[in-house]
Design a protein around this ligand. Structure first.
Ligand SMILES: O=C(O)C[C@H]1C=CC(=O)O1
Ligand SMILES: [Mn+2]
Length: 369
């Protein structure tokens, strides 16, 4: 039986300001969910977002209020080992709130996989890989700083795929910044951009043409999410792959995008998808439609990152890699043993459930209030 559900907010400083076109992250608020079951088993989930309400329509505070007030009462007393009926009840009674639902599903599946003594990936069809390529996002806002940071990551053998956040400056200035970094890092390194919806379609045509000519490998959400027809036009027009991010909010969007050739690649995010099961559905739709896959992040800490890794490890195609670097952007970790990043890959935890152990003292120290 599900005995209790607790939602915790943890404010964790970033190692440097992380500048996106929609927000600058100086401190990341981790939204953690802990489910306690009457057999003594505990499960953890995460519903972290970026920049309060500037990225998505759920804030850390709204996730906490909505889980505590509306969702936990629906689940408490239900059979903890029956995750599907629990989630069906939640989905039937609660509109929207994908991040909150994702955190709850993660915690319930973590607990159930621990109960069965298997990694969470094995409840989702089973893993086909034990390590995931991990991109790093260069977002200091300064070209020379970004180059130095990338060179350090290459030397550490931690990342050789770099995603650059652009869209704050004029198109030409952003293109010059990206191509300077590409030239400095050379052909062995993959350089991509994420515009976070900042360009108009006309700006995107100009910007993408220059980036494609300069050897950039992937263009993420160049125009606003509402302009689906525009994204499809860009995908058709350019050879460089166009990736859907903000436009993709679950299986129905995936189906619609796949039907209309709306993007070349999907960035799958567990919370944007509304949970781990739905993230798998997004991936299945992509694979059936011949759309490429990338494992995305909402800059979650270790719990959301481990949960994402358990899901992405089950994807047969993961041609564009992942960006599961969230914990590395934070000054504090909340695990007894950190996640392992080695040889440009995140090692997918092999222990039961999420395969991680929470350090309660660290959580208590970082907890808000
Ligand atoms: O992809 C986004 O839009 C959000 C996030 C993912 C990596 C990163 O640096 O920011
Ligand atoms: Mn993005």
């Amino acid at each position: 039986m599900i005995n209790s559900i607790e939602t915790l907010l943890l404010d964790v400083p970033a190692i440097r300001p992380h500048r996106l076109s929609v927000a600058t992250v100086n401190v990341q608020t981790l939204v953690l969910v802990r489910v306690l079951c009457d057999d003594g088993i505990e499960g953890w989930g995460e519903a972290t977002t970026i920049g309060g309400l500037s990225y998505g329509e759920e804030s850390p505070e709204s996730v906490k209020v909505n889980i505590d007030t509306y969702m936990a009462p629906l689940l408490i007393g239900m059979e903890a080992s029956q995750v599907a009926p629990a989630m069906a009840r939640l989905r039937k009674s609660i509109q929207g709130n994908r991040f909150a639902k994702c955190a709850l599903e993660t915690a319930l599946l973590d607990a159930q996989a621990r109960r069965l003594n298997i990694p969470l990936s094995e409840l989702l069809g089973g893993r086909v890989r034990d390590a995931l390529p991990v991109a790093w996002t260069l977002a200091s806002g300064d070209t020379q700083k970004d180059i130095a940071e990338a060179e350090k990551m290459l030397e550490l053998r931690r990342h050789r795929i770099f995603k650059l956040k652009i869209g704050l400056r004029a198109v030409e200035a952003d293109v010059a910044h990206v191509l300077a970094i590409k030239r400095a890092l050379g052909d062995e390194v993959s350089v991509r951009v994420d515009v976070n919806q900042a360009w108009s379609e006309l700006e995107a045509e100009r910007g993408i043409a220059a980036l494609e000519a300069g050897g950039i490998d992937l263009i993420e959400q160049p125009i606003r999410a509402e302009n689906r027809a525009g994204l499809a036009r860009l995908a058709r027009r350019f050879t460089v792959p166009i990736m859907a991010d903000e436009v993709l909010k679950g299986p129905l969007d995936a189906f619609e995008l796949a039907t209309h050739a709306g993007a070349d690649v999907f960035s799958v995010k567990i919370s944007q998808s509304g949970g781990l099961t739905q993230a798998r559905q997004v991936a299945d739709i992509a694979t059936l439609a011949g759309v490429g896959l990338y494992g995305g992040t909402m800059l979650e800490g270790a719990i959301g990152t481990a949960a994402s890794a358990q899901v992405f490890a089950t994807f047969s195609d993961l041609s564009q890699g992942t960006e599961l670097f969230g914990p590395l952007l934070l000054t504090e970790d909340i695990l007894t043993e950190p996640l392992v990043y080695r040889d440009f890959m995140l090692q997918v935890p092999t222990g039961p459930g999420l395969g991680i152990e929470i350090d309660r003292d660290k959580v208590a120290a970082l907890r808000r209030g």
